[in-house]
Design a protein around this ligand. Structure first.
Ligand code: CA
Length: 237
């Protein structure tokens, strides 16, 4: 994957119809050495998605499409991290955005510096993984930390970078109870706003992907009043 190359700077797709904003964002990102491509409409963005990017910055409100729809298309094909730009700061929108696979949110008006900081943090988190495969429940669940791939019963499972980070933390510490606070730090870095329900949304998505029965989980168990723990049984090496 491209983010493993340390020499080459990461490529970022900016989907934003307000030219003033996209130009400022482009200038700030290019100053940091990123390769930037700007799409001004949803259709243009879909065309751009034929290529791979290390990160996508996506405006929620576009003239011809909703950002959520583009995010969905991205998620169907890849685990490229997505930061959503939105004018809506309500928690419901936030949860909805995370529910469709956005990894972070920046509410307009935002400072370009803050956006750049979030881009860096997200790229750092998604790139920082060790090469190994963790195996659980007689190889039913395999987590490849190097390639960031998850397979369940031999079939690939598409998880977002945030979900992958949460799953990796669980899988590296079977039986350990993770508080929502701890998971929020793992998932979001320095963004703590509304973390409880955000973490629940991520865990719900993960369960949907890896549990056959969320009410009787094989992997992620709820610890009432505290958080969650991973109950998959590690396979012997
Ligand atoms: Ca817009």
């Amino acid at each position: 994957m491209t983010f493993m190359d340390t020499d080459q700077k990461e490529s970022i797709l900016v989907v934003e119809d307000e030219k003033k904003i996209s130009e400022i964002v482009r200038a700030y990102l290019e100053k940091e050495g990123y390769q930037v491509r700007v799409a001004q409409t949803g259709q243009e963005a879909l065309g751009c998605l034929k290529e791979r990017y290390d990160l996508i910055i996506l405006d929620l409100m576009l003239p011809d499409m909703q950002g959520e729809d583009i995010c969905r298309v991205v998620r169907e094909n890849s685990d490229t991290p997505v930061i959503m730009l939105t004018a809506k700061s309500g928690e419901e929108d936030r949860i909805r955005g995370l529910g469709i696979g956005a990894d972070d949110y920046v509410v307009k008006p935002f400072s370009p510096r803050e956006l750049v900081a979030r881009v860096k943090a997200l790229l750092r988190r998604t790139g920082k993984t060790k090469k190994k495969v963790l195996s659980f429940n007689r190889a039913a669940l395999l987590i490849n930390a190097g390639d960031r791939e998850v397979t369940l019963g031999g079939k690939p499972v598409i998880v977002t970078p945030t979900e992958f980070r949460i799953l990796m933390s669980f899988a590296e510490n079977p039986g350990r109870i993770f508080s929502r606070d701890r998971l929020a730090t793992i998932a979001q870095g320095f963004d703590f706003e509304g973390y409880d329900r955000t973490i629940d949304a991520h865990v719900k998505n993960l369960r949907h992907k890896i549990e056959s029965d969320s009410k009787d989980p094989e992997y992620i168990k709820t610890v009432y009043g505290i958080g969650y723990k991973f109950i998959g049984i590690p396979d012997a090496d």
